[in-house]
Design a protein around this ligand. Structure first.
Ligand SMILES: Cc1ncc(COP(=O)(O)O)c(C=O)c1O
Length: 414
């Protein structure tokens, strides 16, 4: 039997695709360890944007002239790529919008306002980014539904054993959870949550903003009903993202934004809506950005999501081991095999901003803050953490520089 060798990622080679690394920061080679907030862009994506603007740019779905038809074909081609990327049954189930935040707001408003009411329960988790927490909390308050959160254990993993107790005998209508936590890197058991949500007659909404760049996604295997993500975290342009939703639910939903392109007919008495996904794409869309998103999907698919994930887990394991040697360090989150390439920590007696500044002087960029996860910070009993996050262009020697910089911060401040 033929044995197929798994593709290994060559970060040093891939790095050459990213022009940003041709510079020094504070006299040192740039070690960009903040990819969870946004990723850097390869030439392949930058060139796709430039070529589109130079050769095919026009508005889409509006003109009967050749250039507009060409632009429309590229825009719709990008939708097909994004649909394949998440194994969507149909490209019509993919809505382009500004990013994960807008996608999650779309579901909370357009689905939530019509489907939630007193006596219903909206279930999120203590691990959510504000963009999958605040819209649900707000819409629950607007509709009179109960808003509850699944708690975490000491490793930052969801306590699924508490699900039945939290839900009680009430009607859970929606479960909203991230597939990968941006603050701790935890990979969450979305398949199990989806199955539980469906047993209860609820829909399952997945925030895949941190998963899509690093982890193979299959909406059919996850069994969810909606899944949102942003291009800028996965080598693509800013201001574009995708919401995948089950066609039958999207079709029953009211629109979110109203205006041009999303209509079928408008008259003085009433307006009827266009078909999905046009119904959710009012106004001029981020056209070139969507084409760039398609190029980013090609880029990541060419490398292989499995290879990206495996490589990042190696870097995270290396970082956890190296940082564990720093006296007074507190590392948060699950063991490396259940986390993505994200490592959060605090240094006793040292403010996270001071740690990040010492690292910046050494050319190492990390994030310090609450990571838009204030409920999680409250649970951890801190106002902020330091967070290093890795991607396909991160190098093992950058992890060493991270650890050296944290030792230095301790010597200076602790
Ligand atoms: C887990 C998670 N969800 C949602 C978002 C929001 O993404 P965007 O700002 O691209 O809409 C982020 C961004 O950091 C995130 O990490």
């Amino acid at each position: 039997m033929a044995v197929t060798e798994r593709k290994k990622l060559d970060a040093q080679k891939l790095r050459a695709d990213f022009p940003i690394f041709e510079q020094e920061i504070n006299g040192k080679p740039l070690a960009y360890l903040d990819s969870a907030v946004t990723s850097q862009k390869p030439r392949q994506v930058l060139e796709a944007l430039r070529t589109f603007y130079e050769t095919s740019y026009a508005n889409v779905h509006r003109g009967v002239y050749t250039l507009s038809e060409r632009a429309t074909a590229e825009y719709e081609g990008a939708r097909e790529k994004v649909a394949r990327f998440v194994n969507a049954p149909s490209a019509r189930e993919v809505v382009f919008l500004r990013g994960a935040t807008e996608g999650l707001n779309l579901v909370a408003y357009a689905w939530g306002l019509d489907n939630l009411g007193p006596g219903d329960v909206v279930l999120v988790t203590e691990l959510e980014h504000h963009s999958n927490f605040v819209p649900w909390q707000y819409i629950a308050q607007r509709t009179g539904a109960e808003f509850r959160a699944i708690p975490l254990d000491d490793h930052g993993e969801l306590r699924l054993d508490t699900l039945d107790e939290i839900a009680g005998s009430e009607q859970v209508k929606v479960v909203a959870n991230n597939l990968v936590s941006n603050a701790l890197g935890t990979i969450n058991p979305v398949e199990r949550l989806s199955a539980w949500a469906h047993e209860r007659g609820a829909i399952m909404v997945v925030d895949a903003a941190q998963a899509a760049p690093h982890h193979p996604i299959d909406v059919q295997a996850l069994g969810c009903d909606f899944l949102a993500f942003s291009a800028h975290k996965m080598c693509g342009p800013t201001s574009v993202g995708a919401l995948w939703g089950r066609q039958e639910i999207l079709e029953r939903m009211a629109p979110f934004n109203l205006g041009g392109h999303m209509i079928r007919a408008v008259n003085l008495e009433r307006t009827t809506w266009g078909q999905v996904p046009a119904k959710f794409e009012a106004g001029t869309q981020p056209i070139a950005e969507a084409v760039g998103f398609g190029a980013a999907v090609d880029y990541l698919t060419g490398i292989g999501l499995d290879a990206i994930e495996e490589y990042e887990q190696e870097l995270a394991a290396q970082a956890l081991e190296a940082l564990a040697d720093v006296p007074g360090i507190k590392l948060y989150g699950p063991p490396p095999e259940r986390r993505a390439g994200i490592v959060s920590f605090n240094l006793e007696g040292v403010h996270p901003h001071d740690v990040a500044q010492v690292l910046d002087m050494r050319g190492v960029a990390i994030r310090a803050g609450h990571h838009c996860c204030q409920p999680l910070m409250a649970k951890l009993g801190v106002a902020a953490t330091n967070r290093a996050s890795f991607y396909l262009y991160s190098l093992p020697e950058e992890v060493d520089r991270l650890a050296e910089g944290v030792h230095e911060a301790r010597r200076l401040f602790a």
